[in-house]
Structure formats: C-alpha cells, structure tokens
Write a protein that binds this ligand. Structure first.
Ligand code: R5P
Length: 306
C-alpha cells in the first residue's frame, strides 16, 4: 500500500512508510505566484497509485493545507478511476477503473477547536471540514483530534490515533515527572492516560477562555509542593493555557514545570512566552507552518534565547 503526500505531510509520510513496510511516494505540490495551489500525480507514480489502496498523509492546516488535501484527493481518485485525459495529448488518456481505496491520514487537523456552535450563527467548522474531506476518500485517520465526538456519525469510517504513549515515554525518560496536570477539562483523558503510563499523580484545572489571548483558571488546591510537574495538552497555540497553568503550579510550590503536547503550533511569540514559564516543552509533532515535521521535537528554553 503506497503512502503518498504533497509538501504538507511529507515529513510524517516519509517516516511512516518505512515503519509500516510501505512505499513512500511524493506527489507534486506547489504554489502559483498568486498563492494558489497546484498538485499532480507524477507520471512515474501512476502505476503505484493504481496498484493498491493508497494512504494520503496531509494536514488541514493552515487553510492552504485544506485546499491541497482536497486537490490531492481528487487527483488520486481520477488516476484510480483511470481518468488520465489531458490537453497535452499525453497517452494513455484513460485506463481501467481500479476503484476506491483512498485513505486520508491527518497528522494535524486544523479547525478542530470550533467543534461546537458556541454562539448562534457560527459554523461548526470541525464538522464542515470533515464532511468536505469525506466526499473524496474512503476513510480518515486523525492524530489526537481535539474533540473526537464532533465527527460522530460521519459517512466514512474515522479512526483516531494518539501520541500519548510516545509523550509518556518522552516525559518519563527526560523529565520523570511526579505529577501530571491537564490544563483544562478537555485534556483530562489524554493527561490521565499519560499519568497512568508513567504511574504518577494526576489532576486538572478548569479553564475559561476570555478571548484568543486570555484565559483564566479557577483556583484549585493541587498537591504539587516540591514536585516535578508535566502539563499535558493536545496542542499549544499561543502558549497562554500552559503559561497560566504553570503560574498556578509554581504558586503552589512545584519545583519544575514541563509542558507536553501533540501539536506544537507555537503562534504569536509562544516559544518565548513558554521559555519564560516552563522548564522544558515537548511536542512530538511540530506544526508545518513553523518548519519541517519531526517525529520528536524538543524545545528547550535555551533554544529561544536571542
Ligand atoms: C483547547 O482547549 C486546547 O486543548 C488547548 O488548550 C488550546 O488550544 C491551547 O491554546 P493556547 O496555547 O493558545 O492557550
């Protein structure tokens, strides 16, 4: 089964394929000068794409990632249908239809946080994006989706995968925390899993988001005096959630505070902000807009200096 990607999922796809004993094929994916996307299944990849079901690895972030993903799904489906018609007259123009068999793997699912209609008149963006993507594939796998419930009852099977075992292993080997904290109720199940794997205490905070840059935690007594604490979340964007949680932990006597998440977006000065609030930060997946994906990306405060 070939694993394919455009530029967005390249890092994950090229690491994933050999791990699973599959072939990695890079599809053509670039931008026109005005920013619009262009994708193509290269001639030399056509036989492989038609030979077996295909896994496309692609992110729905940033917005251009959504468009690229849709275009790639369509290009792959055309090739598998045998529709190779083209104006240049390249032969063959058609082949047999080899059927469906296109699966989408999404390392970072953008728009996941708009999973409810918080105010009347809003779109439930997480659902909208999934429904559009589902029209072009036979199944979707998503890594640490913010709220899986938003995709219940979709027309194609959805598989949820998690990096919490890897986060637990990283934290255990590099930090050895005594206590794991979920910075809000939404991350409780992930943080509980990590605490269980490490075998340490766990608690959570209740968070109220005032706006994109401001959050408040309800004060809570935490048994963290003299302890090394790891805060575990699905994503870090501005870093505000982690920094406020870290402040609460230090006020209660935590000696070290580390942060860990699956999706490191690190927007709007987040790295510098984190460097001033935590002793270390681990993000197995770093958001594509900020650099190449890597299986393990560890950010240390000293990396932020200068
Ligand atoms: C929201 O509930 C998510 O799980 C994260 O806590 C949130 O997106 C982090 O955002 P920020 O880093 O901007 O506080």
């Amino acid at each position: 089964m070939p694993v394919v990607s455009g530029s967005s999922g390249r890092g994950v796809a090229s690491s994933l394929a050999p791990l699973m004993g599959m072939q990695y094929i890079e599809l053509e994916s670039r931008r026109f000068p005005d920013g619009e996307g262009y994708v193509r299944v290269p001639t030399e990849a056509i036989d492989a794409v038609r030979s077996e079901p295909v896994v496309l690895v692609s992110n729905t972030y940033p917005d251009s990632g959504i468009v690229s993903t849709l275009l790639l799904l369509e290009a792959i489906a055309d090739v598998r249908r045998g529709d190779l018609s083209n104006l240049k007259g390249e032969e063959p123009q058609s082949m047999d239809d080899v059927g469906g068999g296109v699966f989408l793997a999404i390392p970072y699912y953008g728009y996941s946080r708009q999973d409810k209609r918080f105010s009347k008149g809003e779109a439930i963006s997480a659902r909208v994006i999934a429904e559009i993507l589902a029209r072009g594939c036979d199944g979707i796998a998503i890594l640490d989706l913010h709220e899986p419930a938003v995709l219940e009852g979709m027309d194609v099977p959805i598989e949820f995968v998690s990096s919490m075992p890897e986060i637990a292993e990283l934290l255990q080997s590099e930090v050895s925390p005594d206590f794991v904290l979920s910075p809000d109720k939404g991350a409780i199940s992930r943080a509980t899993e990590v605490a269980g794997l490490i075998g340490c205490d766990f608690s959570y905070l209740e968070k109220t988001r005032i706006d994109a840059h401001t959050i408040e935690h309800t004060p809570k007594d935490l048994d963290v005096g003299g302890k090394v604490v790891a805060i575990v979340d699905d994503m870090i964007s501005t870093g505000g959630t982690i920094c406020r949680a870290s402040d609460a932990l230090r006020r209660q006597g935590a000696t070290e505070v580390h942060a860990a998440c699956t999706h490191g977006l690190f927007t709007g000065g987040a790295i510098l902000r984190l460097a001033n609030h935590v002793d270390g930060c681990t993000a197995p997946i770093r958001c594509p807009i900020r650099g190449p994906w890597s299986a393990r990306h560890r950010l240390l405060p000293e990396a932020c200096s200068g």
